[in-house]
Design a protein around this ligand. Sequence first.
Ligand code: GLN
Ligand code: ZN
Length: 748
Amino acid sequence: MTIKTANLGFPRLGKKREWKKAIESYWAQKINKAELDQTLQDLHKEIINVQKDHHVDQIPAGDFSLYDHVLDTSLLFNIIPERFQGRPVDDELLFDIARGNKDHVASALIKWFNTNYHYIVPEWDNVSPKLNHNVLLEKFNFTKAQGVNAHPVILGPITYVALSKGGEQSFDEKVRTLLPLYNEVFESLTKAGAGYIQVDEPILVTDQANELQAITKEAYEFFNKETPSTQIVLQTYFERVDLSFVAQLPVCGLGLDFVHDNGYNLQQIKDGLFPKDKVLFAGIIDGRNVWAANIEEKKLLIETLQSYVNEIVIQPSSSLLHVPVTLGEETLDNSIRDGLSFATEKLDELYALKQLFNEQDDTLYNQLKEQFERFENQSFKQLEYDYDSVKSERTTPFKERKIVQDQVLNLPDLPTTTIGSFPQSREVRKYRADWKNNRISDEQYETFLQNEIKRWIDIQEEIGLDVLVHGEFERNDMVEFFGEKLNGFLVTKFGWVQSYGSRAVKPPIIYGDVKWTEPLTVKETLYAQSLTDKPVKGMLTGPVTILNWSFERVDIPKSEVQDQIALAINEEVLALEEAGIKVIQVDEPALREGLPLRSEYHEKYLDKAVHSFRLSTSSVLDSTQIHTHMCYSQFGQIIHAIKSLDADVISIETSRSHGDLIKDFEDITYDLGIGLGVYDIHSPRIPTEEEITVAINRALQEIDRSLFWVNPDCGLKTRQEDEVKEALNILVQSVEKIRQDNAVKQPN
Ligand code: GLN
Ligand code: ZN
C-alpha cells in the first residue's frame, strides 16, 4: 500500500518573523494596507512553496491567518462581539476585535488547549450569524493557484462553540445555527475542487467530549445528508479520541494524534476499532516539539498501522504552528543540530518515510536515522545526579519555621512587598539589547544595572515597602534568562513561535541534562541587599514553569527533566541563602496551565510538580523564608497541591475575583502565609486607597492576620514608572492606616 503525506498547518510567522513585522508596521502606520497585503501574500506563497518543495501531497489552505484562526472563523460566520457590530466585516474590524480600540476593549485571549498559543474567544451575545465574505474559499483558490494539491482547513463547529462564550442560546442551539453556514462553505469548496476538507475538532480529545457526543453526531450527520459529495476529514490532536465514537461518524477520514495520545489511539486501532471504510490520517511526527523524529520507530509505527487500516496518510500530529519555522538560519553545533527538527525539517521526515515506503528509496531515511542515533548518544545526555542529598520536604513544620522567620525578619503587621519586576523602560531594554549585541562593554552594562537597582531600592525605601526586590532589570523573560545560564539549554536565534496575534516567544530548548554551574542571580540580589537594611527578596523561576515554557526533551520522562531543573534551582536558592539573602521567591505562574488535557492525569502531574518545587526549595534553613507566586485566581481543583508546596508565603492574583479565591483557600483551611494581590497591575489605572482598604479588610475576615501579606497582583514590568510609584504609595498608605486603626483597637 502506498502512503501519502499531508500537513495540518504551517507557522505564519516567517523565517525571520516577517509576518509579525509587517503587521506591526501596518499598525504603526509605517506601511499602508496595500503594502501589508502584498507582504503577506508573498509570505503565504513562500509558505506554500516550502511545503511543495518538500513534496507534501496535501497542503493546507486556511491555516494562514492575519491574526488567529479562531477569529477568522468568527468573522466568516459573522459572530461579531456586540460592541463591534454594525461595521463592515473587514481586516480593520478583525484587528479591532483582537486588539481593542479607543472605544472598546478587545475580546479575551485564552490558551489554545494545552499549548502556549492563545486564541481570540468568540462572543455570542446578540449575534446574527450568517456567511460573510467567503475568505476560506479565496485562500483555497489562492493556494491551489500555486500549483499544489491543497485541502481547506476549518475549525469544526463543535470545537468552535466549545471555545466561545456569551449568548442566550444553548450549546446545541449555537451549533445548529452554524451548521447550514458551514454547509454553504463546504459546498463552495467542493465545487471549487477540494478533494477533502480538514475539519479540526480538537475538543473531542478532552474530558468534555463525552457530553458532546449527541450534538457531534447530529452535526456530522447533517453535513453528510446535506452535502454528500463533500469529503470531510475529522481532525483531532493533542490527545486521544474515543475511537468507538468517532468511527461511527459519516466522514471519509479520521485524523488522529499518535504522539500525544499516551499510546491510546494506537491501542484502539490494535483493538480493531478503526473502520475499514475510512482513511487514517496518522499524526506520527510531533507537531509541537522541536525534536528530530526517531525515524525508525516511525517506520515501524506505519507498518503496524498498515496491518489494521486500508489507507494511510502520514502527517504531523498537529499544526506546525507550535514550532519554529526552520533550522536553516541557526548557527548550531552539529552535535545539537542532529537532534533538532523545526517545521521545515519535519516535512523532510515525512518525505523520507514516503520515499522509503513508496519508492523503496532509503537514502534520506538512512541519513535521518544516523543523525538521530548520533544525537541520542551524546555525552550531554548522560550526566549523573545525586537526588538523595537534596531534601524534598522541609523538616520543620511551617508553624515553627514561622516563629524563627518572624524573629529574623522582624516585619510589621501586614507586611508589604511586590512580585519582583519593576518597569522595563525603553532604556532598560535598550541597554540589554546593546549589551547582547556587543555595542557596550560588560562594565558599562553592569554599571547601568547597578544604577537602576539603586534607584529602585531608594524608591522602595521611600515608599515604605517592607520586603524589597532588585527589580529584574537584567531579565528579558523569566524563563529565557535561566535558559541562557543553565547547562543543557539552548537559546536559538530565530526559534520563534506565535504566542498570540503578532506576539511571538522564543522558548529555550532543553537538549541535554540540566546543570547549574555558577550563580545566576546572586550578584544583583546581593548588590540590592547591600543598599538597604530591609530584607531583599531573591527572585527565581521555578522548575515547573521553566519546563512548561521551554521545549522539553522527550527521550526521558518529563518529570525527570523537571527534577533536574529543580536541582539547579535548589543550587541557586542555596547560593542566595549562603550570600545572606533571607527571603527567596520561586515563581510558578505556569503550574496550573501545565495540567494535562485529560483529568485522569491531573493527580500524577500535580504530585510531580509539587515534588519538583519542593526539591528546589526544601534544603534551606528554617529561617529562610520561601515565597512563591502564581498569576491566576481560580485554584479550585489544584488548591491541595498549592498547599503541599509548603511555601512560607504565596502571593497570588486576586484583584479581579476576590470572593471566589478566598473561598478556595478557606475550604481547605490554608494556614500558610498568603499575599493577595490588592490591585490589578494589568491596567494603567491607579487604585484608590479605599479600594485597597476594602480588599484587605474583606480578606482579613477570612484569613488569619498574622499570615497575611499585601502586594500587587503580579510583576510590574509592563507598567510606567509613575504609575508604579503612585500605586505602591497608595498601597503602603492604606496598610499603614489599617495598622494604626488596629493598634488603637487593641491597646496592650
Ligand atoms: N517575578 C516575576 C515578575 O515580577 C513574576 C512574573 C509572573 O508572575 N509571570 O515579573
Ligand atoms: Zn504573576
